[in-house]
Design a protein around this ligand. Structure first.
Ligand SMILES: *Cc1c(COP(=O)(O)O)cnc(C)c1O
Length: 381
């Protein structure tokens, strides 16, 4: 079986830089908030094009702190795309607010602005939803959502916008980098993300100085101006110095890697596009650069998807379904009272989508083999 994400191939390329930077940390011994943390934050802020990058313990913690910094809490309702990793909605509940789901666009898989309008109207008419306070915009699979349309709706209804850039670090939306598309943006350094570390980590981006100060305080127990003075409730949510050192080594090759991911995606689309019963390949709108966290295709129906998946497995090519259960059908959200057929685009997506191996070092021959295997599998359905 070839790896779905090949971290070993990347390590062979960056090994000397990783070891050199880790050795430097072992030598100076400042394992918490050592100099590499500040150096990484500067580098991240410069790359994204924002004033402040605040590193932290994970993408999930980044989202929780972002919502806290915006003052969102009990009595508030926060709109979340129904097709995302659960961390997005989990963060909403961690601050005591209620998640309110929104369907996705069937072509981009991102939050559908017209459904957002509808769900805001519904929420305003439903007392148990609380005050519509914010929308979490997820850039699924690495492609940025339609921020212009979403911002206009958010403005009209007085909602804060939070960018969940966990899958889209490195993406570009109409000339602006992901991470700079909202007042607060969050990303993750989970190993399999476009910029992944060797453990958990995350970062928050903002150009608002007061929010940045609050976030820096929150990640160290609500520390005030002095040590052991605490001005708010906070967390232990720092990024380890060793992790920052590793991420600095990975930043050296990151831009190159994003371009390589783009070439892998092109190769897949070329091979798959030639098939007689071609699956639908990713649609990247003009003026967008995806970070290609995933290369995801959709099939005519569930039977075709499942047959393709089985065939790929027999050919030694792994594939993953992101996500098999939309959030409104998750057991943990039974109490929210959604019906299974709510959010038809997300339901259909969960039944027909498949993500193929994607990383910057993927051999071109895999795309050809995957396409050949899918051609064979679809003959019999
Ligand atoms: C991975 C992910 C997160 C959470 O990041 P962690 O670092 O694993 O906590 C949040 N949102 C989305 C969309 C993700 O893919």
């Amino acid at each position: 079986m070839i790896p779905f994400v090949d971290l070993q191939a990347q390590f062979r390329k960056i090994e000397s830089s990783v070891r050199r930077r880790m050795d430097a940390v072992l030598a100076h011994g400042q394992f918490i908030m050592g100099p590499e943390v500040g150096e990484l934050e500067k580098e991240l802020g410069r790359y994204v094009g924002v004033e402040h990058a605040i590193s932290c313990s994970s993408g999930t913690d980044a989202l929780v702190m972002a919502l806290m910094a915006l003052g969102i809490g009990p009595g508030d309702c926060v709109f979340v795309p129904v097709m995302t990793f659960i961390a997005t909605s989990e963060a909403v509940e961690r601050v005591g607010a209620r998640p309110c789901f929104v369907d996705v666009d069937p072509r981009t898989f991102n939050l559908d602005p017209s459904d957002l309008e509808r769900r805001i109207r519904d929420a305003k008419a439903d007392p148990k939803c609380g005050r519509p306070a914010a929308v979490m915009v997820v850039n699924l699979f690495g492609l940025c959502a339609d921020f212009e349309a979403i911002d206009a709706i958010a403005k009209k209804h007085g909602l804060e916008v939070v960018e969940d850039a966990a899958q889209s670090f490195g993406a570009v939306h109409r000339g602006r980098k992901s991470g700079a598309l909202a007042k607060i943006s969050c990303t993750s350094f989970f190993p399999a993300k476009p910029l992944g570390g060797y453990g958990d980590g995350g970062a928050i981006f903002t150009s608002d100085a007061a929010i940045a100060d609050a976030l820096r305080s929150m990640r160290v127990h609500g520390q005030g101006r002095e040590r052991y003075e605490h001005v708010r409730l906070g967390f232990t949510a720092r990024l380890d110095t060793l992790q920052a050192a590793i991420l600095l080594a990975k930043m050296e090759v990151f831009e190159e890697e994003i371009l390589a991911r783009g070439r892998v995606a092109q190769t897949y689309s070329r091979f798959l596009g030639e098939l007689p019963k071609a699956p639908v390949t990713p649609m990247i709108p003009a003026n967008e650069r995806s970070a290609w966290a995933q290369y995801s295709i959709t099939f005519a129906d569930r039977a075709s998807r499942d047959a393709a998946r089985k065939g790929l497995e027999a050919s030694g090519i792994p594939s993953v379904v992101y996500y098999p259960i939309p959030l409104h059908r998750q057991p943990v959200y039974a109490a929210l009272g959604y019906a299974p057929g709510d959010f038809p685009n997300a339901v259909r997506m969960s039944e027909t989508i498949l993500s193929l191996p994607m990383h910057p070092y993927l051999d071109e021959s895999v795309a050809g083999r995957a396409a050949e295997s899918i051609r064979e599998s679809l003959k019999n359905v």
